[in-house]
Each structure stands twice: as C-alpha cells, then as structure tokens.
Write a protein that binds this ligand. Structure first.
Ligand code: ADQ
Length: 488
C-alpha cells in the first residue's frame, strides 16, 4: 500500500531536538550534576508508582536522576499566599508546596491563567475575559513564588519553569538577584501576534519571556508565532534561527515536542484482557467496533464537533447501527470557569439527542462517561478501540494521540484520527488528519478508519509507533536540559 504523500518538510525554524543525534549522552547520569529545580503551578505526586502524562513522566525522571527540588502551589486555597510551605522528601528530590490565598486563587488562577491566558493561547478570543486586577493578582502570585524560592536556591542549580501560569517568574527572580540558568517550557500553543496583542498585557508577557535563557515550545508554529510577534512589536530584537538578542540579553529558542513513555504505556495496555476490561469498565460489549475519545472536559478539545461528526456518521451509514459505538471519557476540570459549565451542558444535550435518535434496547450508540478512569483501564481500553478520536480545536501537543498509538497491537492496530490543530499533527502525519471544525469530513474519516484494510492500518501504525517510541518523555526532558546547559 502507499500512504498519502508525505507533507513537505517543515523548515527548521530553530533548534529541534528531534534532529539531535547526540542526545544519548544526556540520558545517562555520569558524574555529579548540578541540582535541577522544577517550578510548575502544581507539584507532581512523586510518591505515585505510575506518573500520568508526559510532563510528570519526563520531569520526574530527570529530577530523580539529577536530584533537586520541585516547587509549586500545594493545591490549597487558604491563608496567605506564600504561607507555611509543605516540604516532603522523595529520595534525592525535595517537593515544596506553597498555599495560595482565596483572593489570589481567583485573580491568578481562575481569572488570569484560566480566564484569559488559556483561551487566548488556544486562539479563542471569544472566550477571553479581561478582569480588573487579574493581571496584578497574577504578578503577585509569581512574586510570592519567587520570594519563597529564592532563599532555597543553590549557586549551580539549573531552574526549569513550566507553563503559562508562571511566565513572569524568571524576570522577578532576576530582579531578586538570581544568576542561575533559567529555562521555560510552554505546554500550550503560543498564539499569532494578532491574537496575543488582544490582551493589554502583551508587552509585559513578552518581556517576561525574554528574561529566560531558553524558551521551549511544542511546535514550529509556536516558535514562528513568537518570532512574528517580535518582528511586529519589538523592532530592536535581533531574531536568529535559535537565538534572540534584545539589548544586552541573549536567549535561545527551540522546538521540543513533548513525548510519552511508550514502553510503559504499551505494557499497561497489554496487561488487561478484553474480558477483564469489560468487567471493570462501564463500557458495552466488545463485539462492537469502538470509537474512543479521552480528554479533560475543556472547550479546546472540540467535543461538541466530535459528537456531531458521530451523529453524521450514523445518519449517513445506517448499516452501522448496532455495530459501532462511541465512548467518550471526559472528567470535569476547572469548574470555576463559566465556559466549562457551558460546554458540559452542551455535551449532555448532544449526547441525549444522539442516543434519543438512534439507541435501541440492545444498543447505546454514545457512552459519555463524565468521571476520571484510572490509567490502567484507559490504556487497555485504547488498545481495544478501533478508532482513537483526537480532534481538539487547538492543542499544545496532545498526549492522548501518542498514548493511543503506544497502546495498539502492532499486528492489528486501530486507526488514529487526529486534528490538524493538535501540536502532535506536526509529527504524526500518518494518522488520518482532519479539520476538527468540519464535521462532515470527520464523519467520512470515521467511516474510512472503521473500514480501513489491515495492511494500511499496520503501515500507518508502524510509522507512528517508531516516532512515538524514539522521541519519548525522557528524550524530551534530556534535550531541553542539554540545550539549556548550552545557553549563555
Ligand atoms: P492537557 O490539556 O491536560 O495537557 P493531554 O496532553 O491530552 O492534555 O493529556 C495529558 C494527560 O492526561 C494524558 O496522559 C492523558 O492520558 C490524561 N488524560 C486526559 N484525559 C483523561 C481522562 N479522561 N481520563 C484519564 N486521563 C486523562 C497540556 C496541554 C497539551 C500537552 C500537555 C503536555 O494542553 O497540549 O500535550 O500539557 O505538554
């Protein structure tokens, strides 16, 4: 079989670790290394035997190898921000959590990070709320993080800060006298300048980014969006392929697509038989061809469009009745933000309408499961699903796409249907790539996936699996840290 023509190669916009042949040396821990200090909004649970998500896997591994500290919010909304710290030791790693006051939680987390930055960075200007005082609250919490962190730093520490909650942190640390190398990785998309400039704080956010020594993004598109912003709004910035200079400051920029631990996820997927799986999950009979979606409940994930595409599939192919079902697992997240209540109501209405129209006494076409399932059930469920339906309207990377591929049986794999607007689409062109707004075409691709010959499924899956395996979570963390070590 021949696959659809390969897309033209994407020009190397900047440092790209997936082309780095010399990465193996960074994956071993020879000699003593400086401590790694990871800062993220939440601290991962390092006592868990299996980490969920690439962030936790990649970082937990890197920080355990090097030894160091993980610093972030302890998840409590009480007292004063930066009040008494929770400190716990996990071998060579110290985890430090600080509380956030209820007022700061509202302004920093709910209003600024999730009410403004999240929709803006996901290209959803229609959902952006500009709230009075929210930016001040955002800066105040970043300042509290910096002031608590500063006295705990050692001179040769390497500091790695994560995600949109903490963009200003390096600038504040520098002001407080921090001289250590500081890198930043953005897990979500970076928007084009026309969108970013819709927030009155865009200058300050960019100044915050320019205080780092290394900026890491998920995709070439994100790197290029930053460069376009600088060209349009900061004419004094000199932008090279992987270096930016502004005044005396020089920093590096690169693309570091996050990965998963494919071997571990594949093992998890193989461990449960279909029968055992059936006994443990609320999912119906294995005789059906199953379409599976697994997402946090979020408007960026394209869930209503996905439901509508399934509806169109059943309308256009009545012969599929009783032969296919769609299982969508969507635990709620961030209930504080109004947009999440809206999406939940819309999904309930759509699921009710689809089941109302097509269901029979022995067949529920759409099962929408609104609670979290453990990874040791999600993984085998992915393995025993014929379609992985991953169609975000915009996504930094999307690890579910990679997990679906890792979970498959290579001899009889399922088909990944992937949004062109997921960061993962840059690397996973052998999936069936769809426009997540085009429900008609998604219905056609669902049908194509359900009827795809075995030989084509195997060829597509083999190409995807080798990429997901070669560029995993550990390689991602090692590549970022190697590049940060090179920065001046
Ligand atoms: P998320 O938006 O959370 O992460 P994603 O990468 O898809 O999105 O998922 C992260 C992890 O959560 C995956 O391991 C997945 O299995 C798990 N998960 C998702 N839905 C689940 C469910 N219903 N039940 C159980 N587990 C579930 C952000 C960015 C992404 C980026 C990651 C990592 O938005 O674009 O890929 O960070 O950088």
């Amino acid at each position: 079989m021949t696959l659809h023509p390969a897309p033209p190669p994407i020009p190397a916009a900047s440092y790209d670790w997936t082309n780095d042949e010399d990465l193996s040396s960074c994956l071993s821990n020879e000699g003593s290394q400086p401590r790694l200090v990871v800062v993220s909004n939440r601290v991962a649970d390092l006592s868990a035997s299996v980490q969920s998500g690439g962030l936790a896997v990649g970082l937990a591994d890197a920080i355990r190898q090097q030894g160091g500290m993980w610093f972030g919010w302890d998840g409590k909304r009480e007292g004063q921000t930066g009040g008494p710290m929770q400190v716990s030791e996990h071998g060579s790693v110290t985890c430090v959590g600080i509380p956030i006051s209820p007022e700061d939680f509202t302004e920093y987390y709910a209003e600024y990070a999730n009410g403004l930055l999240w929709p803006l960075f996901h290209y959803r200007l229609d959902l952006v709320h500009i709230s009075t005082n929210a930016f001040e609250g955002y800066l105040r919490v970043n300042e509290a993080f910096a002031r608590q962190l500063m006295p705990m730093l050692q001179p040769d520490d390497t500091i790695w800060i994560h995600d949109y909650h903490l963009i200003p942190l390096a600038g504040i640390l520098r002001r407080l006298g921090c001289r250590q190398k500081i890198g930043f990785f953005l897990h979500i998309p970076f928007p084009p300048p026309e969108l970013l400039s819709a927030t009155p704080d865009h200058d300050a956010l960019i100044e915050g980014l320019l205080a780092y020594d290394l900026l890491g993004f998920q995709t070439h598109t994100d790197v290029n969006n930053l460069k376009s912003y600088l060209a349009a709004h900061k004419p004094d910035a000199v932008v090279g392929q992987d270096v930016i200079r502004t005044g005396q400051k020089r920093l590096r920029v690169g693309r570091f697509p996050i990965g998963i631990d494919a071997a571990e996820f594949g093992k998890l997927a193989r461990e449960t038989s279909p029968e055992a799986l059936l006994a443990k999950t609320p999912v119906e009979t294995p005789a059906l061809q199953r379409i599976l979606g697994v997402d946090r409940l979020d408007y960026s994930k394209g869930l209503p469009e996905r439901f509508k595409a399934f509806d169109e599939l059943l309308l256009s192919h009545p012969e599929l009745g009783k032969h296919v079902n769609f299982v969508q697992i969507t635990p709620p997240s961030r209930g504080e933000v109004d947009a999440y209540a809206d999406i939940r109501a819309e999904l309930e209405q759509l699921a009710g309408a689809i089941n109302g129209r097509f269901a029979d006494i022995d067949w529920t076409p759409l099962q929408h499961i609104c609670r979290p399932l453990p990874r040791d059930l999600i993984a085998p469920l992915m393995r025993h699903s014929h379609i992985g339906f991953v169609t975000p309207l915009r996504d930094g990377m999307n690890l579910v796409a990679k997990e679906y591929v890792a979970a498959q049986d290579p001899d009889d794999p399922g088909v990944l249907i992937l949004s062109q607007f997921a960061g993962a689409a840059e690397e996973m062109q052998e999936a069936l790539i769809v426009n997540p707004y085009d429900t008609d075409d998604m219905a056609k691709q669902l049908y194509r996936g359900l009827t795809m010959p075995l030989e084509e499924r195997r060829a597509r899956h083999a190409a995807l699996l080798s990429r997901v395996t070669d560029f995993g979570a550990k390689e991602w963390a090692a590549a970022f840290l190697k590049e940060l070590a090179r920065s001046i």
